[in-house]
Design a protein around this ligand. Structure first.
Ligand SMILES: C[S@@+](CC[C@H](N)C(=O)[O-])C[C@H]1O[C@@H](n2cnc3c(N)ncnc32)[C@H](O)[C@@H]1O
Length: 320
């Protein structure tokens, strides 16, 4: 017998989940156009909200492969034989599918960024609300923490991180301050970090710190690199007619996804520099414009406010 349908906004006991409230749940899963006997990949399992919705649309012979690089996510796995959990970075998508003898899939979902659990768990070091080690690793077995990243980076490298990923207005001043500090010390905790940068905080301190923390988190987890790796491999593992749906929370991520869906690669221009011809994509868009959460969803779940969903389908005449 199949497990009871989960809406994703409820946990197994029908209560509101504390781990993560899924964003654009119906929109993203409906857009995948699930075939009951298909094979699907949820690259970002988290609290399992999207996965549970996918499972509810799969029949007995459907399969769902889920990735999460955070071992904490494993506790959210439903007891369902159709699901396979891969506790690794989704940037190794093709390798792990091959390892499990899966050569082509019917759909891929990625709901990027961190889960509320990671953000709300004081010891993980993602939030300015708590004092904890300056960590921010989604994969707690990885070597690079935010503390180590600051210690090893030059002022120029830090400036790029704060500018690009956090749009921090005085990124140069902040980076110089951190690089100078790193010459004699290591910033180990969030409170230490906050007090060291206090003299250069500009404007609303909460907003400023949120931008700085976002930038560090994206760099520590190489979020843009992982996304590009995933996109590059996605087309090869998709069957013709398979769909890919990506939910982003940052304008750079959204631009990467938009370009990839349009051009089939993460280039900046649509002219091939070698042949001078217009690039053609193996994908076509399902929606011209990204889907954003409605007012109601943002009211219920303020963390959804910057979400954007883009969906593409692999052309039917492409191989696999
Ligand atoms: C926004 S949450 C996903 C929430 C999920 N859709 C749900 O409904 O509960 C993102 C999750 O993806 C994981 N994640 C982020 N980047 C990843 C990556 N490169 N590889 C594997 N997991 C990743 C995070 O650890 C986090 O648990």
């Amino acid at each position: 017998m199949l497990p009871k349908k989960q809406t994703g906004e409820q946990n197994m006991n029908g209560e509101q989940p504390t781990y993560h409230v899924p964003v654009l749940l119906t929109e993203a899963v409906d857009a995948l156009n699930i075939h009951p006997n298909g094979i699907y990949v949820d690259c970002t399992f988290g609290g399992g909200g999207h996965s549970k919705e996918i499972l509810s649309k799969l029949g007995d012979h459907g399969r769902l492969i889920v990735f999460d690089q955070d071992a904490d996510a494993k506790k959210n796995l439903p007891a369902d034989t159709r699901i396979l959990f891969i506790p690794h970075n989704f940037r190794h998508l093709s390798k792990f599918l091959r390892l499990h003898n899966i050569h082509a899939v019917d759909g891929i979902l990625a709901d990027l960024g961190v889960s509320s659990h990671q953000f709300d768990e004081p010891t993980r070091g993602f939030s300015i609300r708590f004092d904890a080690p300056l960590d921010m690793r989604m994969d707690q077995s990885a070597d690079l923490t935010a503390s180590a990243l600051i210690k090893k980076s030059s002022a120029e490298e830090l400036q790029l991180i704060f500018q690009e990923y956090g749009e921090v207005s005085n990124a140069k001043t902040l980076s110089q301050l951190l690089a100078n500090y790193s010459q004699h010390g290591t910033i180990k905790t969030i409170e230490e970090f906050k007090s060291i940068i206090a003299p250069v905080v500009k404007g609303n301190p909460k907003k400023y710190l949120a931008q700085v923390f976002q930038a560090l988190r994206i760099a520590v987890n190489d979020e843009m690199g992982a996304l590009k790796d995933l996109l590059h491999q996605s087309v090869d593992v998709m069957k013709p007619g398979a769909r890919i749906a990506v939910i982003t929370f940052h304008s750079i991520e959204d631009r990467i996804v938009k370009q990839f869906f349009k051009l089939g690669d993460v280039f900046n221009e649509d002219i091939d520099p070698v042949y001078g011809t217009k690039r053609s994509s193996p994908l076509h868009l399902i929606f011209k414009k990204p889907i954003e959460p409605g007012e109601d969803e943002v009211r219920r779940n303020p963390r959804s406010r910057s979400a954007r969903l883009r969906v593409a389908e692999k052309n039917i005449n492409e191989g696999k």
